[in-house]
Structures are given as structure tokens and as C-alpha cells.
Design a protein around this ligand. Sequence first.
Ligand code: SF4
Length: 364
Amino acid sequence: MSEARHDWSKEEILAIYNKPMMELLYEAATVHRVHHDPNTVQVSTLLSIKTGGCPEDCGYCPQAARYHTDIEGNDLMTVSHVKAQALRAKASGSSRVCMGAAWRNVKDGPEFDQVLEMVRTINKLDMEVCCTLGMLTENQAKRLAEAGLYAYNHNLDTSEDYYKDVISTRAFEDRLETIDNVRKSNVTVCSGGIIGMGEQLEDRAGMLVALASLNPQPESVPINALVAVEGTPMEEMEPVSIWDMIRMVATTRIVMPETQVRLSAGRTEMSREGQAMCFFAGANSIFAGDKLLTTPNPDVNEDMAMFKLLGLNPQKPFVKVAQPTTTEAVDSILAPLGEKPKWSRPAHKIERNEIAKNKTKLVE
Ligand code: SF4
């Protein structure tokens, strides 16, 4: 049973975000190693199975049909093409394939049937399959679950207050409704957001309040730095500072201790040192491949060289995060700070030597 807190206030989250950096890092790293193996990072591959021509107006997205970007649209990929890409991803260390389609919402019909076949195909390769296809009904979520979908991505993007400044063609409530539909199936939820879109720190905290208050919390939370693409309304945005990324990752780790925190878009702008700080602060997943849907991403060989340098191991598929632990145990680790941690409540009795080992476990 999860022991995560769901009643974080924006003020509490801002207080964490704004802590002196060394304190924030120590606290986040402590939470991280209590709940996860700090030397294991999941490598996921994001595949754009249908690019461009989207009717939505997400201000950050080069795939929106209304913006004049260099994106070349394409029709839905064939199942055999997807299979070949998945095999390539597996061979280079990925345990998850996430398939993205630039749709407002899923429509029942031949294209959805084709996606279901893609899910079945990747599932047979013993890889986790994730989809991000836009809004979804409860019935569609169930059909994806039957096909073997492991996770569904649907980002909240930002806070409820700032949402309308980023997207006007749908509402924050619509996002929550799709997440709720996914939760009615046995598919896990992947939901996070983007920083650097002109939002205030309060909006970053507000997004984390919304994510943390979901019960259960998302199993996966991607933290993206905006990649400002020419032709989109956000083309002039200043790049996000690495310190903001580290603070956001660390705060996410503290308020959602059991989730997989994904270091997502914007990695090409980060040094290895910056990424290492993010891993230390609790990020435990990256996206591999030279493209993240349509924006640039580090080369997979570069990532593997970084893993070697840092002694990180790619996570195997279907690995569950470590079990939650007791407040007392975390308290003992954090005693030098003289603070009472608030991220978890008294839980299962796990011996301290077991916590030290902190092994992840394979899902049966
Ligand atoms: S983010 Fe998704 S929904 Fe929004 S414009 Fe891009 S493809 Fe469409």
C-alpha cells in the first residue's frame, strides 16, 4: 500500500523548492535512496507514430497544425515499422517504448485498431509499452489495457491557473478526466509537465500539488524543460536554467517519493554534470534516441557513455519501485538536519538493514 501524502499545499511545496540547494539535494537524495535503487535509471524510447497536423493549440508544440514549423507530418506508422524500432530500442538498452500520436483524442476505428496491434506486438517483445494519444474514454483505456498497455502518458503540463495561457482548445479538467479514465483500467499513469513556459514558481508548485493529490499518485512523472521551437508561440522563451531543473526534480522526488521521475525534454542543453545532479536529486528515468517526438535528444551512445561514467545501470522492464518505508527510518537518516520529514507516514515495518539494501523487486 502506498504511503504517499496527497494533501501537499502549494506553500509547503514552494518552501521545499526554495530551500538552500545543498539541503534540498540532501533531502531529495535521501528520499530517493529510501524508495529506489539510486544506481538504476530506466531508459525509455519515445516513438512518434503519427507526427504533425494536430488540431490542438498547445503553445509549446511544433506539431500543432496552426503553427508554422519545420515539422514534416506523417500518417500512422505501420505495425512492422514500430516493431523494428522497438527491437532497435531494446537492443540499445531501452525497457520501455512510448508511442506518441499527435491527436486531440482517440477515435474508435481502424487507426485505433492499428495502435492496439502495435501494443500487442511490443508487449510480446517483453518491453513495457506506453502510449500518449490524447484524450481517452474509459472504454478505450480498457481496450488498451486488454492489449497489454503498461502505461498511458497524459501530462498536466502546468498548473490549473496557468493552463489557459498555454492551451485554449481544452481545459485542465479534461486532462484530469482522461487520467481518471486510465485509472479505471489496470494501466499505470504517466503524467508530468514542462517548465520554462513563462510560468511562475507558484505554477510549478501548483502542478506538483495537482499531481501529488491524485490518489494513487502517477507511477511516472516526466519533468520537461521547454525546447523553444521556431514557429510556436513560445519560440522566444529563455532556456530553463539547470538549477531550476534540479530544484524541480528534487521537489518532485520529495512530494512523490515512490514515483519514477523522468528527466525528459531539454537534455541536449544539459551538461553531464547537470544531468548527474538531477539523478542525484531523484530522477530515475531518461528518454533515449536522437529525437523526442520531434525535438532533439542526446544520442543513445552518449547516454550509455554517461551511464558508464556514473556507474548507472539501465532498469529492467516491469520492475516495480522499492517499497515505501517508515517515517522513523527516514527520520534517522535525516537527523543531522534536525527536521521532521513530511513526505511519508508511518508505514510497514521494514528493518533498517533492509532499507540500506533497498533493492527493487520484480513484479510477479
Ligand atoms: S502537445 Fe499533443 S495535443 Fe498538443 S498540439 Fe502537440 S500533439 Fe497536439
